[in-house]
Design a protein around this ligand. Structure first.
Ligand code: HEC
Ligand code: HEC
Ligand code: HEC
Ligand code: HEC
Ligand code: HEC
Length: 231
């Protein structure tokens, strides 16, 4: 054996082990820092109460604007979820004889029960940043021309909302360093199909928007210093 394998080679397994531990550490730290949270959260989609709420039907097929329900999103850091009265406006029993079918009638009974009982529907939260991240501002992003599409994916084709992007720190910073990849005219932020088309074309260098002009109109450059997002 010793003739075939020179003595220095005995060190190889140790070196190999050290190298792979080092490599593993890099991977573990790198993953912890940039990717783990995303990896665990992408696809998260809790079961909602009753028959749930279908964005594909309401925002897609029926073409309702996001702001019909998420009414305060341009004025407030938080995105509000609509109350039962908003749903009841279309799903009250007397509205059934119009275009809404009997099958739909049964599916919306939970809305009427909540409305009659004066109770909220307990929608389950899909997107949630950890507490050590300071108040995330929806209003600032929307007025800067960042679309819901960039952070929540193609909501209008989701029968049940799921977390499309991990919303981890690397995700935030990638855009803060390169806002030109995502920025659109302010009046297009809730037109998710248009935005998807534009951003897909832009990635191929075929976008139609003058991004330099839009960036020039920003109040501030997107922050990268820790204090902007952490206490
Ligand atoms: C008819 C009302 C209505 C409209 C229109 C609507 N939504 Fe919603 N949205 C809801 C309700 C109710 C929920 C809570 C239930 C759920 O998560 O599916 C919700 C949840 C969401 C969530 C997940 C919230 C969380 O818990 O993290 C996102 C993201 C969202 N909506 C984005 C949009 C976007 C983008 C549009 C426009 C393309 C839109 N919504 C249009 C009613 C609406
Ligand atoms: C502007 C009117 C309007 C509002 C507001 C509205 N809906 Fe609807 N909804 C409809 C219509 C129209 C249909 C039937 C669509 C179809 O059959 O293709 C429907 C269908 C549904 C269905 C059955 C579809 C399915 O298969 O899942 C549910 C459940 C429902 N809506 C829940 C809600 C909830 C919850 C809200 C409030 C957050 C709400 N809707 C607000 C118009 C509305
Ligand atoms: C720059 C990224 C970004 C954009 C753009 C964005 N969101 Fe969000 N959204 C988030 C993050 C991050 C959260 C979780 C916030 C938290 O935990 O404080 C969230 C949460 C939500 C929630 C849940 C709020 C709650 O309290 O239950 C809704 C609803 C929502 N967004 C809707 C929208 C709609 C509609 C648009 C477009 C009009 C939009 N968002 C644009 C990143 C974004
Ligand atoms: C797709 C692009 C994009 C993504 C993703 C994004 N941002 Fe931003 N963000 C911007 C832009 C553009 C601005 C600059 C807005 C301005 O000042 O006009 C901004 C500004 C901010 C500000 C400063 C607000 C102020 O009052 O000046 C905070 C805080 C912030 N973002 C937090 C976040 C967090 C946290 C995330 C991840 C969950 C995130 N952003 C994801 C584009 C993005
Ligand atoms: C644009 C907003 C933003 C800025 C700027 C930012 N962070 Fe974060 N950071 C986040 C978000 C969002 C998370 C939550 C990730 C998640 O979902 O777990 C986070 C998570 C973290 C974590 C927990 C580990 C992890 O990735 O989950 C540490 C540590 C951290 N940040 C440190 C820093 C330091 C140090 C700086 C300055 C160099 C900084 N952050 C700047 C948004 C930001």
């Amino acid at each position: 054996m010793s003739v075939i394998f020179p003595k220095w080679m005995n060190a190889l397994p140790t070196l190999g082990a050290m190298a792979s531990v080092g490599g593993l550490l890099t991977v573990v730290v790198g993953t912890w820092y940039w990717a783990t949270p995303d990896f665990f959260k992408v696809g998260y989609s809790p079961i909602q109460p009753g028959s749930g709420f279908n964005h594909q039907i309401h925002a897609g097929k029926l073409g309702m604007d996001c702001r019909y329900c998420h009414t305060k999103i341009e004025q407030s850091p938080e995105a509000n979820i609509p109350n039962v009265a908003t749903c009841y406006g279309c799903h009250a029993p007397q509205r059934v004889n119009g275009s809404i079918s009997l099958a739909t009638d049964q599916k919306v009974q939970f809305i009427r029960d909540a409305y009659d009982g004066d109770k909220p529907i307990e929608w389950r939260r899909v997107h949630k940043l950890p507490d050590y991240v300071r108040n995330f501002p929806h209003d600032v992003h929307l007025s800067a021309g960042v679309s819901c599409y960039s952070c929540h994916g193609q909501i209008v084709s989701m029968p049940q909302v799921y977390e499309a992007k991990g919303l981890g720190m690397g995700f935030c910073l990638d855009c803060h360093r390169h806002p030109e990849t995502a920025i659109v005219p302010k009046d297009k932020v809730t037109d998710l199909l248009w935005v998807q088309g534009e951003l897909t074309a832009r990635a191929k260098g075929e976008g139609t928007v003058n991004t330099q002009e839009l960036l020039g109109r920003l109040w501030n450059t997107p922050p990268q210093q820790c204090g902007a997002c952490h206490q």
